[in-house]
Design a protein around this ligand. Sequence first.
Ligand code: SF4
Length: 422
Amino acid sequence: MSTSKENRPVKKRAKRINIRTPAIMQRVQAEVEEHYRSSIVEKLQKQDGRLTLGNTTVRLAKQFGFCYGVERAIDLAYAARRVFTGKNIYLIGEIIHNPEVNRQLREMEIKNISGDRPDAQISDLGEDDVVIVPAFGAELTLMNQLKAQGCQMVDTTCGDVMSVWKRVRKYTKEHYTSIIHGKADHEETRATASRALSGGGHYLVILTLEDCDYLCDYIRNGGESGDFLLRFQGAYSDGFDPAMHLKKIGVANQTTMLKGETEELQRRIAQAVADRDHALDGPGGDKEEKNRFQFFDTICGATQDRQDALFEMLKEPMDMLLVVGGYNSSNTTHLVEIGDQQVPSFFIRNAECLKNLEQIVHFDLEEKTEISAYSGSILDLANPVTVGVTAGASCPNNLIEDVISRVFQMRGHTREEILGAE
Ligand code: SF4
């Protein structure tokens, strides 16, 4: 039945308001810098990332902390607050994975519409409301719903995340199933996966090399679809059937994965597809479809730079590594994994985790909880000690400063000594 033009429901569309005027951006950048800058971090950067007081040395990785995507997202959130004075502003989830930054935004009356205790129901939002999309992006259906309800959207999605979406859309268009290397419940991966669906495509999220090997075995040898689906419960699109939807595969990854692992995973899947298709191309096989595998390295430059800088720093010996960041931050987790292979490494959320010389409270990646550990290497004040420090892309400099100061303080040095040291 056709509907006359006059009777069609009118889609609400928020008037576009430019919040990125030079005057506003200048103002908010100064504000953000004031909130998160650190004179001690700047001092270390000027000294080739190294500071020694007495027999204690702290080394700071060449690349650490806030990336361009995070800086932009925070600037835009601050700008939204300045421009939309008096309006309700809501954030989808967390702007980035750092409790300190999220606390600051909450203090600025930027509320939340996700999680267990949302400040408002999504269906209640409308033209008077502003919604900030975080740096990770958001699921397409949610974005469309909010736009259709007339909400004013402030989209801070990082360009590097959008380039993954573009790739995944291309896979779908060419009838490839997207295999996404990432965490199925991570905001960015959920947002990416939703782009695979937009053209009627399918996706599967895999996280570990064990997941990858299970997938490769299925690609080569087939198996019980039910077992496969059970293994990857919650990590594939509705209607995904491994027997049908693994014929043509395109691999993409969450931008913050470990580069070496992503490359290995791509290699293994490519080999599995080649093994299977070689068999298919034999007598009686399907020769028509070649190139059933595509990949695209979508790890972002900032993640890569931080991983490379840590590898570089680890070339010189150190007694321990402190990695500062939010425990749900993917790129920070990978820095801990890199450090763990060479030196005792502690994943801490801030300086408060450095309780005293005996005790470091830190996040255990296997136990997935915060635990307390004995910090043997900095215990004896008589022994020289070198502590490495790095931080994930969502960690502000003021938190890194607190950690550096705390290390020196536990070794008997004051902030004044740190600032005065050559
Ligand atoms: S970690 Fe990479 S993808 Fe994520 S916000 Fe930063 S630059 Fe963008």
